[in-house]
Design a protein around this ligand. Structure first.
Ligand SMILES: Nc1ncnc2c1ncn2[C@@H]1O[C@H](COP(=O)(O)OP(=O)(O)OP(=O)(O)O)[C@@H](O)[C@H]1O
Ligand SMILES: [Mg+2]
Length: 457
């Protein structure tokens, strides 16, 4: 049932329409002049106004439409007109809110009945559509909330993710180590219509060739020595969802051939099986290698390269979006503080400065590692980052640097040795006075006693 307003200076038309539309189950009000119509529009909300385009020699329906739209941006009209003129129609379209026109003919009542139902259905669809869009937007915003950054490249990246999420083409995510390739892949999946289906991630560099093949495509019992039962491959596991092929540049040439076939045929054949299984999987791939060079060198198949790089996304290095560094650092500080139950709240000024000026060869992952270490070592509220050194891109010191030797008996034994050593020497310096030794070590007497007991000092 809808609330309808009929505006026509011809009383007989109003009466006819009133009866017909009430019969349809609608709540109907009728008025004969623009002034009355204005009054009604001010005092109630109508789903639809059915108005004569020419109300009197001086009043016209367009003014009424303008007035209604000024009160309610979603006000909708169906116009009845005896003189369907192109110009008025165009003018009305500019104002917006006109769903249909009806020409006055002998079967006006049927026309109105039909047009009103269609207009109401159209409105309902519009409303549903808008609410779906709102829902989708808030879902996508939530999916991308973990992608921290305000810089122009990150805003652009979020926009691209939203756009490509809707499609089902393969996306090639490129970027140096630690720039967030996997995070972006998960973001695309989460914003896509496949969000409720599985996201399966596989690192192509982590398996020897034969194993990668059986991981991806599965196998049947007896396919090779040790295949004691049937096993579904990751393509099948990702059916309906997304398969993320990380480090795709590491795939061997024969594997590339098999993958290309699956992408083209959209079906997989498990090892040892003669049957093809159809799969509906969206493939996202990532690489930190230069695939173009690999293609030139014959290490990566050109046809597969074109197939997977339909939509390329290039992730910026962290140093190229330095304004995001403090944001990311705080994001990680909060996360690790919570995980480690530490009451830290901020970085020292000096740490913030050195983080902003550092080159971050290992990108966001390195920043994450540095903050994790600093939070773990923090005492009190303020976190300080030690001196930042060049790394090999994974947050580990570069091979050119002198690597600190690892403790041969393991970290715990090493730390125990250090504790025992300093405890003993503090006690010696304090002339055997235990409270003084505790002071020298800046620890409470209680802790000192605990350690002394542990080491039999
Ligand atoms: N914009 C970002 N906001 C928040 N966290 C991020 C962002 N980018 C990356 N990270 C975090 O940094 C770490 C590295 O990201 P990710 O694993 O996606 O990078 P990658 O490009 O796949 O790295 P690699 O090449 O080493 O595999 C992850 O813990 C990820 O959550
Ligand atoms: Mg990765």
């Amino acid at each position: 049932m809808a609330h309808l307003l009929i505006v026509d200076d011809e009383k007989s038309i109003c009466e006819m329409l009133d009866i017909a539309l009430r019969k349809q189950g609608h709540q109907v009000e009728t008025v004969h002049a623009a002034a009355e119509a204005r009054h009604k529009l001010e005092s109630a909300i109508f789903d639809l106004v059915i108005a004569d385009l020419r109300l009197s020699p001086t009043e016209n329906g367009l003014d009424l439409l303008r007035f209604a739209r000024s009160l309610d941006a979603e006000a909708a009209f169906v116009f009845i007109t005896g003189h369907g003129s192109m110009e008025t129609a165009i003018e009305a379209i500019k104002i917006g809110g006109v769903i249909d026109y009806i020409i006055k003919t002998p079967d006006l009542v049927d026309q109105v009945r039909y047009t009103v139902e269609r207009a109401l259905a159209y409105q309902r669809l519009g409303r549903e559509n808008r609410s779906l869009k709102r829902e989708l937007k808030s879902r996508n915003d939530a999916a991308l909330a973990g992608l921290v950054g305000n810089s122009a490249p990150i805003q652009q990246l979020k926009q691209t993710i939203r756009t490509v999420a809707a499609a089902s083409s393969t996306v090639l995510i490129r970027g140096k180590s630690g720039t967030g390739k996997e995070l972006v892949a998960r973001g695309i999946h989460a914003c896509s219509p496949r969000a409720e289906q599985p996201f399966v991630s596989v690192n192509c560099g982590a398996f020897p060739e034969s194993l990668l093949e059986s991981e991806l495509f599965g196998y049947v019992e007896g396919a090779f020595t040790g295949a004691n039962s049937n096993r579904r491959g990751l393509f099948e596991a990702a059916d309906g969802g997304t398969l993320f092929l990380d480090e795709i540049g590491e795939m061997t040439l024969p594997m590339q051939v098999s993958l290309l076939r699956v992408l083209q045929e959209r079906q997989v054949r498990p090892l040892g099986s003669s049957q093809q299984i159809p799969v509906d999987v969206r493939v996202l791939a990532a690489t930190n290698a230069n695939l173009e060079t690999a293609v030139k060198e014959g290490k990566f198949r050109e046809d597969l390269y074109y197939r997977i790089s339909v939509i390329p996304i290039e992730l910026p290095a962290l140093r190229d979006r330095a304004e995001d560094i403090p944001l990311l650092a705080m994001h990680f500080l909060r996360r690790f503080a919570e995980e480690m139950h530490k009451p830290v709240t901020r970085f020292s000024e000096e740490s913030l400065r050195s983080m902003e000026h550092y080159d971050w060869p290992g990108n966001v992952r390195q920043l994450e590692n540095v903050v994790e270490r600093a939070v773990a070592l923090a005492q009190g509220e303020i976190v300080s980052i030690g001196p930042l050194r060049e790394t090999n891109g994974n947050g580990a010191p570069a091979s050119g640097d002198a690597l600190p030797a690892l403790p041969p008996d393991g970290l715990e034994r090493f730390i125990e040795g250090v504790e025992r050593h300093y405890l003993a020497s503090a006690l010696q310096q304090a002339g055997g006075v235990r409270t003084k030794a505790a002071d020298l070590l800046r620890m409470s007497y209680r802790s000192f006693r605990h350690y002394a007991k542990k080491y039999g000092i």
